[in-house]
Ligand binder design. Structure first.
Ligand code: ZN
Ligand code: ZN
Length: 195
C-alpha cells in the first residue's frame, strides 16, 4: 500500500507525521503509510492517544519466517514483505496480532505482562481475532533447490553438490592449488557420485 494524497492530507492534518518514525528507520523497516494510518485510527478508537500518535507500521525485508513482530516502547510493528504474497486476510490477521501486543503494553504501562497473556488475548478479541494463537505458521516456502548431483575429490574426499550436472571436466580446486600450483591436474578430477 502506498501513500495516497488523501492519506497524506489526513496525516498532515492531524500531524501524524510530526513524530519521525526513527525506530522504524533504525530497524531498517520501510514505512507503510496506509497500514500505519489504520493502526493510528484503531488506537484512537481504543482511547490510547499516545499509541495513536506514535504507532508505525513498516515492512522489513530482512525477516525470514516470522510474519510480524511488535516493538514497545518504540510502538513499531514490522511485517514480513512475504505477507504480500499471502491472501489479504493473513496480512490483516498478522497486523491485528501485532497491534494487540502494542495495545496490551500500552494499557499495562509499567506493569510487566506476559507476551501472549490475558491482556494480549483481550486486545485480540477486541480487534476481532478472538482465537488468535501466539505463534501462527505462515506457509512460507523456503526456496531451496534440490541439489541432485554430488562430486567427490579422490584426494581429499571433499564433496560438492550441484543442482545441475557438471558438463565439463572439473578438478578439486583445493588439491590443484596445494599439489600442482593451481593448474588442472587429472589426479584430482572430481568423480560423480550416485545419490
Ligand atoms: Zn505475538
Ligand atoms: Zn581435493
Amino acid at each position: 500500500m502506498a501513500w495516497s494524497f488523501r492519506q497524506l492530507e489526513l496525516a498532515w492534518g492531524r500531524k501524524a507525521r510530526a513524530v519521525p518514525p526513527s525506530a522504524a528507520l533504525r530497524k531498517g523497516a520501510k514505512i507503510d503509510g496506509g497500514l500505519t494510518e489504520w493502526c493510528r485510527e484503531t488506537a484512537a478508537t481504543f482511547g490510547l492517544p499516545e499509541l495513536a500518535r506514535r504507532v508505525c507500521v513498516g515492512w522489513n525485508a530482512r525477516m525470514q519466517t516470522t510474519a510480524g513482530r511488535a516493538w514497545w516502547p518504540d510502538r513499531l510493528i514490522e511485517l514480513n514483505p512475504k505477507l504480500k504474497e499471502q491472501p489479504p486476510e493473513e496480512l490483516w490477521r498478522t497486523l491485528r496480532h501485532e497491534l494487540a501486543h502494542l495495545i496490551a503494553y500500552e494499557r499495562a504501562g509499567r506493569r510487566r505482562i506476559e507476551v501472549h497473556g490475558p491482556e494480549w488475548r483481550a486486545a485480540c478479541a477486541e480487534l476481532g481475532i478472538p482465537n488468535e494463537q501466539p505463534f501462527h505458521n505462515l506457509p512460507f516456502k523456503r526456496k531451496r533447490m534440490k541439489r541432485n548431483f554430488a562430486y567427490v575429490c579422490p584426494q581429499c574426499s571433499t564433496t560438492i553438490r550441484r543442482v545441475k550436472k557438471i558438463q565439463r571436466t572439473v578438478a578439486c580446486y583445493a588439491c590443484c592449488r596445494k599439489y600442482s600450483g593451481g593448474i588442472f591436474d587429472n589426479r584430482f578430477r572430481l568423480h560423480e557420485q550416485k545419490l
